[in-house]
Design a protein around this ligand. Structure first.
Ligand SMILES: NC(=O)C1=CN([C@@H]2O[C@H](COP(=O)(O)OP(=O)(O)OC[C@H]3O[C@@H](n4cnc5c(N)ncnc54)[C@H](O)[C@@H]3O)[C@@H](O)[C@H]2O)C=CC1
Ligand SMILES: CC(C)CC(=O)C(=O)O
Ligand SMILES: [Mg+2]
Length: 356
């Protein structure tokens, strides 16, 4: 049966990087992968065209699709309108509407990129950690929120960090299940010494750990976790954490692998329907220059094949093709080092296609 993929390229470098992932998917399609790609508008591009960053047509397309491939949203032009990423709008609206609560962000060091990592080669060699980030709750969604004017005329900004036990439990179980297939260790990251909401997070993680006696659970405060990530990242197997902590820690972890342009992600609902996107944003500072790294998006397409489309072998092949291209010494600017060959976004995509 043909599976339908909604392709939402978005803004900034979004269309450039998604274009390269589409090239890769089209090669697989030509050799028998049964998928149809359907493009839709999201973010600033959608706002300019329709007046909404998440038009009804896009939401319907995403809901009907078997999987979604997304580039990135946002940019200077739309920042003041806060339209592209806020809850109920744009990207966060999409994640919420589709109940994509489980965000998997693997940080894997390709050995060829050891010299691009911000850490010393012996500290990162063999790095393979999975950040499991809660994606539809926490402070990015909590109510009340806003900016209000106080009686004395001063403005006050406020947000709410809020989690129900059931929200914590379901993301915790995702992390434990993933750990079972990996190194059997979960580190739950919170700020339970200061924030009651994450004290509950810690309690729930401890409670459900009893159902996974084969998995070791540890807890770590987020400030220490940030430090440990850049000190000795190989101590971690699976990290599970809240929406905002996971957002920040995954950007941090990306640099251990050489660049934020290397980290893919899967955002899954309870049935493993998913949206797949690089962890980075729309990079307006380099948009339109054909120099963004498309590998995170290509690797996100591989995750889509593995997690939602049931095509693990083809996912493996994409990952192997990426590895081969790195073996050839091809590097976009963000992962470039002396002696390597500097390539553009589209040249990198072409090279992955050739390696396939
Ligand atoms: N998932 C999404 O759609 C996200 C959207 N955003 C939005 O993106 C816009 C820019 O946000 P920033 O904070 O600048 O974060 P960003 O991730 O877009 O960029 C941060 C830095 O990383 C670089 N970078 C990012 N992706 C790259 C790639 N593939 N290859 C090479 N270099 C890359 C950029 O050039 C920039 O210097 C904002 O409007 C923000 O709201 C930010 C994060 C995620
Ligand atoms: C709208 C933001 C929460 C997007 C982001 O930074 C991310 O998902 O990594
Ligand atoms: Mg982020």
């Amino acid at each position: 049966m043909t599976q339908n993929i909604a392709v939402l390229a978005g803004d900034g470098i979004g269309p450039e990087i998604v274009n390269e992932a589409i090239k890769v998917l089209n090669v697989l399609k030509q050799e028998g992968l049964s998928i149809d790609l359907h493009e839709g508008l999201v973010g600033g591009a959608a706002y300019d065209e329709t007046g909404s960053p998440l038009p009804e047509a896009t939401l319907a397309l995403a809901k009907q699709a078997d999987a979604i491939l997304l580039g990135a949203v946002g940019g200077y032009k739309w920042e003041s309108l806060d339209i592209s990423v806020r809850p109920e709008k744009g990207l966060l609206g999409l994640r919420s509407a589709l109940n994509l609560f489980a965000n998997l962000r693997p940080a894997i060091l390709y050995p060829q990129l050891a010299d691009a990592s911000t850490l010393k080669p012996d500290v990162v060699a063999g790095l393979d950690l999975m950040i499991v980030r809660e994606l539809t709750g926490g402070i990015y969604f909590g109510q009340p929120r806003g900016i209000r004017t106080l009686d004395d005329g001063e403005q006050q900004g406020f947000n709410t960090l809020i989690y129900r036990e059931s929200e914590i439990e379901r993301i915790g179980r995702v992390a434990f299940e993933i750990a079972r297939k990996r190194g059997s260790r979960v580190c739950s990251v919170d700020k339970a010494n200061v924030l009651e909401c994450t004290e509950l997070w810690r309690n729930v993680m401890t409670r459900i750990a009893a159902d996974y006696p084969d998995v070791e659970l540890t807890h770590m405060y987020v400030d220490n976790a940030a430090m440990q990530l850049v000190r000795a990242p190989k101590q971690f197997d699976v990290m599970v954490t809240t929406n905002m902590f996971g957002d920040i820690l995954s950007d941090c972890a990306s640099m251990l692998t050489g660049s934020i342009g290397m980290l893919p992600s899967a955002s899954l609902d309870a049935n493993r329907k998913g949206m797949y996107e690089p962890i980075h944003g729309s990079a307006p500072d380099i948009a339109g220059e054909n120099k963004a790294n498309p590998l995170a998006t290509i690797l996100s397409a591989a995750m889509m094949l593995r997690y939602t489309l049931g095509e693990a072998d083809r996912a493996d092949r994409i990952e192997q093709a990426v590895s081969r291209v790195l073996d050839q010494g091809l590097r976009t600017a963000d992962i470039f080092s002396e002696g390597m060959t500097l390539v553009s976004t589209s040249e990198m995509g072409d090279a992955v296609v050739a390696a396939l």
